[in-house]
Design a protein around this ligand. Structure first.
Ligand SMILES: NC(=O)c1ccc[n+]([C@@H]2O[C@H](COP(=O)([O-])OP(=O)(O)OC[C@H]3O[C@@H](n4cnc5c(N)ncnc54)[C@H](OP(=O)(O)O)[C@@H]3O)[C@@H](O)[C@H]2O)c1
Length: 293
C-alpha cells in the first residue's frame, strides 16, 4: 500500500500526489488517467491552472472510485474575500464535476490586502464546517503570513504548500509548519522550476550529487529527490505529462536512501527561490480572473 501522511485533523493524504501546473487543459484528463492507472490517488490542481475540468474528466474516465481519490485545489487571489471565496468553491466544484474537494487551500497570501486573505480563509473554515471539504490549508505562506493567519482565525491549516526542492529548502518555513502540526507539501519537488525557469545553473536533474546517488540505487534523479522528500516527512506532488515519467515518479517505494545521502541532498540548498516571491504577487501584476464553471 502507498504510504500516507496524517493531517492535523486526522484525515490521511497519500505521501506522493500528482501535480498538473502547466498541464494544458486538453491533455489533463489523459495525464490524470495515466497517473491513477499507475497508483497515484492524489491530484493537485488549482483554479488558476485552468484545468480543473480536465482533472474531473480524468477521474471519471479512470474507473477509480471518486471516494478513493484525494482532490486538492486552490483558490486564486482574485477570488479572495468571504463571499467571493465561497463562490470560487462553487466554480471549482462545478468545473471538477464533484460536490466536494478533499483539500482546499489559499494559493498565495495577498500581502497587499491581508484582510481579504483572512476573509478567504474564513470562507474555507465555513466550507469545512459544512462538510464540503475535508481539510483546508494554505500555500506560499512565509512565517510572518502564517503567524498573522494563526492569530486571526480558528482552524490551524492542515498543509502549507511551498516551493521546495534540493536547491531551496526553506528550513524556516518548514520549522514553523512543524511547530504547528502543519504538513509541508513540496511544490516543484523535483526542481522542475530549476529547468523550466532556469537562470542558467545546473538543473536538479543533472546535479552530479543527485545523479551519483541515483546510480548507487539504480534510480533516476527524480526518484532520488522524491524519496528524499518522503524520508524527511514531506508530501510531494511531481508533475509530468509523459506516461513513462508519471510512472517513474511513483516508483519510489522499493528503496531507501541512507543518512549520508539525505545529508548530501540537504547540502545542495542554495537558499535562492526560483519561483516568485510571495510578497510581490498582487492583483495588479497577475491580472488573472477565474471564469465561471
Ligand atoms: N502552490 C504553488 O504556488 C505551486 C507552484 C508551482 C507548482 N505547484 C504544484 O506542484 C506541482 C509540481 O511542481 P512543478 O510542476 O513546478 O515541478 P516538478 O514537478 O518539480 O517538475 C515538473 C517538470 O519536470 C519535468 N519532469 C517530470 N518528471 C520528470 C522526470 N522523471 N525526469 C525529468 N524531468 C521530469 C516535467 O516535464 P514533462 O511534463 O514534460 O515530463 C516538468 O517540466 C505542480 O504541477 C503543481 O501541482 C504549486
Amino acid at each position: 500500500m502507498t504510504p500516507t501522511f496524517e493531517l492535523n485533523n486526522g484525515v490521511t493524504i497519500p505521501a506522493v500526489g500528482f501535480g498538473v501546473f502547466q498541464t494544458p487543459p486538453d491533455v489533463t484528463a489523459t495525464a490524470v488517467v495515466d497517473a491513477l492507472g499507475v497508483g497515484y490517488r492524489h491530484i493537485d490542481t488549482a483554479s488558476a491552472y485552468g484545468n480543473e475540468r480536465g482533472v474531473g474528466e480524468g477521474i471519471r474516465n479512470s474507473g477509480v472510485d471518486r471516494n478513493d481519490i484525494f482532490i486538492e485545489s486552490k483558490v486564486w487571489i482574485s477570488d479572495y474575500g468571504y463571499g467571493s471565496t465561497l463562490h470560487a468553491f462553487e466554480k471549482a466544484t462545478g468545473k471538477l464535476g464533484f460536490d466536494t474537494i478533499d483539500l482546499y487551500i489559499l494559493h498565495q497570501p495577498l500581502s497587499s490586502s491581508f484582510d481579504k486573505t483572512l476573509e478567504a480563509y474564513r470562507a474555507l473554515e465555513t466550507l469545512l464546517g459544512d462538510g464540503r471539504v475535508r481539510a483546508i490549508g494554505v500555500s506560499n505562506f512565509m512565517p510572518d503570513h502564517m503567524y498573522r493567519l494563526l492569530s486571526a482565525t480558528e482552524i490551524v491549516p492542515a498543509v502549507n504548500q511551498i516551493e521546495l526542492h534540493p536547491y531551496f529548502l526553506q528550513r524556516d518555513v518548514q520549522a514553523v509548519n512543524a511547530q504547528h502540526g502543519i504538513l509541508t507539501q513540496a511544490w516543484s519537488p523535483i526542481g522542475g522550476i530549476t529547468s523550466y525557469r532556469s537562470s542558467g545553473g545546473t538543473s536538479t536533474f543533472e546535479n552530479p550529487t543527485i545523479v551519483g546517488i541515483g546510480e548507487k540505487y539504480g534510480k533516476s534523479p527524480a526518484q532520488v529527490m522524491l524519496r528524499w522528500h518522503l524520508q524527511e516527512g514531506r508530501q510531494s506532488i511531481p508533475k509530468s505529462v509523459r506516461p513513462e515519467r508519471i510512472a517513474e515518479n511513483f516508483d519510489i517505494f522499493d528503496f531507501e536512501l541512507d543518512e549520508a545521502d539525505l545529508l548530501a541532498v540537504d547540502r545542495l540548498d542554495a537558499g535562492v527561490r526560483a519561483g516568485p516571491d510571495p510578497d510581490l504577487i498582487t492583483l495588479e501584476n497577475t491580472a488573472l480572473l477565474i471564469p465561471e464553471a
